[in-house]
Design a protein around this ligand. Sequence first.
Ligand code: SAH
Length: 404
Amino acid sequence: MTLPDATVTGTVFLKPKRAQPFFGRHPWVFAGAIDRVEGAPADGAIVDLRSSAGNFVARGAFNSQSKIRVRLYSWEEAETLDRAFFSRQLDQAIALRHEVLHLHTGPDAAYRVVFSESDRLSGLVVDRFGDWLTVQFTSLALAQRRQMIAELLQEKLRVRGVYLRTERGIGQLEGIEQHDGPILGETPPDEVIFTEHFGLRFAVNLTEGQKTGYYLDQRDNRATVSRLAVGRRVLDAFCYSGGFGIYAAKGGAQEVLCVDASEAALQLAQRNAVLNGLSQLTFQHADVFHHLGDLAAAGRKFDLIILDPPKFARNRAAIPKALQGYRKLHQQALRLLERGGLLVSCCCTGLITAETLEDLIAQVAMDAKRDVQILERRGPAPDHPVAISCRESGYLKCLITRVG
Ligand code: SAH
């Protein structure tokens, strides 16, 4: 495949009065805002975005196959979107993680290196797990430039391998043909071990695990839960690789029950408990929606419950059903919570706002006649920043409450 070059091969003109969000640096130009395209840009080629009056707005990459017709990368007319440009963007992303957040604490640290729109690299996500990088492309233009991006990452971070992960469905949305596999260097072994807060170690399978293998966005929320867990009976619902449960055990929880519907996830969680020499954990292979009811029927009580379900809605039409799911979970959790117990409500459905989540909990609390105090309103760890111009990237809510 020849590398698409940085030459501007077309101009996209906006409809009248549609330029403001893009002057405001929102990076997604949907088809509906576009008046016409001049030139014949190939998919993935560089184009300029101009207002209906013909003023330069920004420069980005064109894709006729995506609803996001143009993804914007630069707002400087003099800037070329070449290798040097992407190198500079990556430098800025890395500087945030290394020099500001000090997340590169050692050779086995794990953190998100690049977070798409939030790092002005729309469609690129890079996670580091020690010596290995996983990359995900949700932009055709960047997927076409994958070799260059992998080389730049390798120059800057000196890892053993850069491995491509693909999210199901995304390829179709953008017209990207891609398959999981190494882009550069070696393929990661089946088990990669990295270290998080408190010296906790986690094993991850980067070639088969969910998402990019591990949920790095919850790192600091887990640390907070760890500090709250001492002496408590803990339920980690939707535990995946055991993140919250293991942090809770490390923090001195009396016992921890981890529940997940995936056998592979539970095996990983068990492995992680062993890796950290923690023995208070038990594991249950079950559907959380059913199991919480079973636990309540059996008269079980907990002093700390973590609810961290997967994304329940991918589009607006799915929101009512998603809210029903969250409501059911919270109703069940309140039944299981001892008086004065703590509830950690996570919601990674971007379309559901923090306010909506709080309203829902307020309703459930009212129905159950329980007092609920918000202790902390948290979000993702800061290696998952939110661009103020594209707040859609702030998807994760983590609300910590005390239930009387
Ligand atoms: N808390 C985890 C991440 C959870 S991801 C962490 O900190 O790493 C969501 C998890 O929910 C996945 O592991 C998935 O297998 C599980 N899951 C999805 N639907 C489920 C259901 N109905 N019952 C139990 N687990 C479910």
